[in-house]
Design a binder for this molecule. Sequence first.
Ligand SMILES: Cc1cc2nc3c(=O)[nH]c(=O)nc-3n(C[C@H](O)[C@H](O)[C@H](O)COP(=O)(O)OP(=O)(O)OC[C@H]3O[C@@H](n4cnc5c(N)ncnc54)[C@H](O)[C@@H]3O)c2cc1C
Length: 395
Amino acid sequence: MSSPSIPSPWLAQLSAAEVAFLGRVAVFAEREIAPHAAAWEEQEELPRAAFMKAGKLGLLGMTAPRAHGGQGFGYAAYALAIRELAKYQAAFAIDIAAHNALGSGHLLAAGSPAQHKRVLTRLLKGTWLAAWALTEPEAGSDSGGVQTTGTETRPGRWELNGFKRYITLGRTADVVIVMAVTGQTAEGRKEISAFLVNRSEIIPVRKVPTSGLRASDTAEFKLVNAKAELLGARGTGQATALACLDKGRIGVAAVSLGLARAALDAALHHAVNRRQFGKRLADFQALQFMLADCEVELRAAEALVLQATLLASKGERHTMESSVAKLYASEAASRICNRSLQVHGGYGYTRDIPVERYWRDARLSEIGEGSSEVQRIVISRALLKSTEATLASAR
Ligand SMILES: Cc1cc2nc3c(=O)[nH]c(=O)nc-3n(C[C@H](O)[C@H](O)[C@H](O)COP(=O)(O)OP(=O)(O)OC[C@H]3O[C@@H](n4cnc5c(N)ncnc54)[C@H](O)[C@@H]3O)c2cc1C
C-alpha cells in the first residue's frame, strides 16, 4: 500500500483510523489523480467523477461530525490528506479544501437542522459540491466591501442581486454559500448575512484564466433576483465567514506543504541525477545549501501547520495560529518551488515536468483566503491587543 509519508511529529496526533484513511488517500492520489494531473491542467478542468470518487473515500466530509455523515477526523488528518492530494494536483486539493472548510464548514456552523438534512448530508458524501462566495470587485481583502444585496421580498423569502468573482467551484458547485448585504447595523456598518443558493439561481459569467491552479474552476457569476435561503441568523454572515476562514487557512497551508514537498523531492532527485562539469549537481555546495534551506523551511512550515491543527481539533480559538501557519507555509512553499525550478535549470522552466506548475500553483496561497499582508495584519493586531491589555492591567 502507498504510504502518505507522514512527518514524524504528526504521527503521534493521529488515531489508527486516521492513519488508515491517509493510506487510502495516498493510494487514491497515486492512482486516480497523479496519472491525470497534467491532462487536467491542460484541459483546465477537473472531472466530476474524480470528486465522486473522493466523496466515496470520505475526502469531502473529513472533519464534519459522524452524526451528520462526516468522518469526524481531526484537523491534523485533514491537513495531511490535503497535503497528499496537493503533491500531485494542487487544483484538486484546493477544491477539496474549499468544499470542506468553507462551503460545508459554513453550512455546518450556521445551517438549520432542515438545511443540514437536505444539503449537508449530500455535501459530506460528495454527491453535491459546495462553493463559498465572499469576494466581489469591491470586496477582496476588505470583506466589508460586499455590494451584493439580499432583500426579503416576503417573510422568509429572499432574493439576491450582485456579482461575485474568483469563486472556487463557482460554476460547478451544486450549492453556493453567498455573503450579501441585508441592511445596516446599529453602528452604521453594513449588515452582512449568509445565504444558501441553488446552482439553478446562479448565472455563470466565465471561468477566470488564472496563472496557476488552472484545472480549478475559479469563476465569476451574477445573481439576478436569485432565490436564496437565509443561512444562520440575519447579520451573522461576516462573523461566521471569518471563523470559517480560520479553518480554510489550514487547508491553504496544507496545499503549500504538498507543493513544497513535491518540489523539494523533484529537486533532490534532479540534483543527484544530473551531471555538469563532470560532477553531480548535488556535489555543488551552492545547490546543497539551497536544498538545506528548503528542508529547514519545510519542517518549520509543517510544525506551524501542525500547531494550528491541534487547536482546531480541540475546538479552541486558532485565528492567530492559522494565520501564522498560512503566512509562513505559503511564502516558504513559493521559495521552495522557486529554488526547485532553479535547481532544474532550463528543464525546470519547461512544461515537460511539473515543477513550473508547482511554482505557479504555490503563488495563489500567498493571496487566497487572506493575502500575506492580511495575515500580517491579523497577527500584529493580536500581538498589539494583548500587549496593550498587559500594560493596562499593570497600571
Ligand atoms: C484562484 C483563486 C481562488 C479563489 N477562491 C475564492 C473563493 O472560493 N471564495 C471567495 O470568496 N474568494 C476567493 N478568492 C478571492 C481571494 O480570497 C481574494 O483574491 C483575496 O482575498 C485578495 O483579495 P483581492 O484579490 O481583491 O485583492 P485586494 O484586496 O485588492 O488586494 C490587493 C493587494 O493589496 C494588499 N492589501 C489590501 N488591503 C491591504 C491592507 N489593509 N494593508 C496592506 N495591504 C493590503 C493585498 O495584500 C494585495 O497584495 C479566490 C482567488 C483566487 C485567485
